[in-house]
Design a protein around this ligand. Structure first.
Ligand code: 4NP
Length: 159
């Protein structure tokens, strides 16, 4: 069976999307379904390409038992063809991702990450310029949304 390919997207690929990437992979391993998925993350900008995740994000994740070991990479036009579901973290990332689409089929694969949040919708707030509490907020949103995202995909692979 072909794996379901999922791409988490934010601006720098050093805070929000690497967290979602690691949390989602962790949940698939816990559920014993990691063989069904290929998980990746990327940024709409090239500013931080090659960098490790932000140390504040790594610290927050580590307090919750998640290790981040991704290196930032940019989102490419071809990713829209290659991945089955692309999940931008905020509305600006959504617009930037849709702008790379070449077909309507590609556009249909782009959904706001928080469309899967059982407790809210809209943006995962960018924590970059704020204090540590912003990173904890990102953690809470990403954790509960990833749980419900995995449930949704397992129920309906074309989520
Ligand atoms: P991310 O956070 O998009 O969640 O990785 C950001 C990281 C860096 C910048 C903006 C957002 N920046 O402007 O450099």
């Amino acid at each position: 069976m072909k794996p379901f390919r999922i791409m988490f997207i934010c601006s720098g690929n050093i805070c929000r999307s690497p967290l979602a990437h690691a949390v989602f992979e962790h949940l698939t391993r816990e559920a014993g379904v990691e063989y069904m998925f290929e998980v990746e993350s990327s940024g709409t900008s090239a500013y931080h390409v090659g960098e490790e995740a932000d140390s504040r994000m790594r610290q927050t994740a580590s307090r919750h038992g998640i290790r981040l070991n991704h290196r930032s990479r940019q989102l490419f036009r071809n990713d829209l063809a290659e991945y089955d579901l692309l999940l931008p973290m905020d509305s600006r990332n959504f617009r930037e991702t849709v702008a790379l689409c070449r077909t309507e089929d590609e556009q249909l694969k782009v959904k706001m990450f928080r469309d899967f949040d059982p407790e809210g919708t809209g943006d995962v707030p960018d924590p970059w310029y704020g204090g540590m509490e912003g990173f904890e907020t990102v953690w809470s949103i990403v954790k509960r949304t990833s749980v419900s995202l995995l449930d949704a995909i397992r129920r309906e692979p074309a989520a």
